[in-house]
Design a protein around this ligand. Sequence first.
Ligand SMILES: *Cc1c(COP(=O)(O)O)cnc(C)c1O
Length: 469
Amino acid sequence: MHYISTRGQAPTLPFEDAMLTGLARDGGLYVPETWPRLSTADIAALAGLPYEEAAFRIMRPFIGDAFTDDAFRACLSRAYASFGHVARCPLRQMADNTFLLELFHGPTLAFKDVAMQLIGQMFEHVLARRGARVTIVGATSGDTGSAAIEAFRGLAAVDVFILFPLCRVSEVQSRQMTTPSEANVHALAIEGDFDAAQARVKDMFNDFAFRDSVALAGINSINWARVLAQVVYYFTSAVALGAPHRAVSFTVPTGNFGDIFAGYVARAMGLPIERLVIATNHNDILHRTLATGAYATEAVRPSISPSMDIQVSSNFERALFDVYDREGAAVSQLMADQKARGRFDLSQGALERLRGVFASGRASEEETAAAIARARAETGELVCPHTAVGLHVAREHAAADPATPMVVLATAHAAKFPDAVEAATGIRPALPARMADLMERPERMTEIPDDLSAIEALIRDRITTGAGA
Ligand SMILES: *Cc1c(COP(=O)(O)O)cnc(C)c1O
């Protein structure tokens, strides 16, 4: 399987290089040349398998010869051993035909662990074979950074630098990034919002001299291997609810469009998904785009679901590539419009094709809080605010189609966002025992201006001196 860029100008790469690279050299994102399909029998045969075995069968066609079967199985088994639930990504029923897909049983209590733990193992395997080292740089609105740090801390062949918006992440999120003591972990608090942090990471990837000199590798949600790892739980949950003989819908709390794009991939592979519902908070660019056809960025407004406080939704480009018949030139034009004018307009054909797969909705701050309270009252469950955005949006869609099971992705543990949960329910969710001392551990971080050359200089200095701080 080879990978091509959504902008059509970067070299075609095998899986291993697409994984290590992240962003393509033409500014685009890597996607597989074709979508491999699983037959109805292949999908039916996933029923009852351990998560790791299902993951092996679903991901194998994308991976080519980068891993032997044994090596890939070993990566999967190490990746998910740290999860606090034997089913890894279990389902929980919330109403007659609404289910939560619990993706928060990994080490940092958010769904990003599902992909990141696996990527850590895959990077380690590939770099050891090549005798190479890399510098991982990522931007985070909160959960990616801690998941990356957990996945890569202490690995010999990797330095990991995480840029996060100062004061815009929750204390649990921030402490998960600043308390690991390994010298290869570098938490950088940038004076700006998430979009600024993400823009500086993109700038570093576009500075080829810098990129090559430090062997930059990307693990943000644009990394293809992350999207791929997330495809698995769409299959396992749908099969548990009756697929391939019964169609299922999903509602996905969305920021960078990575998680929901994994659902699009599952559908392209043959999983019978009726609807993929995009759920946004008041930073609702994707909801507005689907409603109007205009993708127009506005200023980011902080919310109680901070991991979705985003106005530049990077992985949306992968969906655009498909609905523009995989024409890199068309995607490049849209992205140039976006850069020049802060917006682009979808063609009518592209908009209709998106609407054939995706629906959308938004939750205000009040609606999010009300959804947290309702979940508690109706089921006894405490849900995180991102999950609550999903539950709010799912309600309308589930009511319109009561025969199709609706799976809402529960993207974080309630204890990761205790203030919002306590405000809505009066109950402060406790951290699991394994991280109960998080608030007492010593912190380590560097504050840095929103300035490319300052950030690049710091990274060069840290990797040559080997000093963590
Ligand atoms: C990252 C994140 C999201 C958004 O996921 P995307 O892949 O960026 O759409 C939603 N909820 C939580 C808790 C997250 O950490």
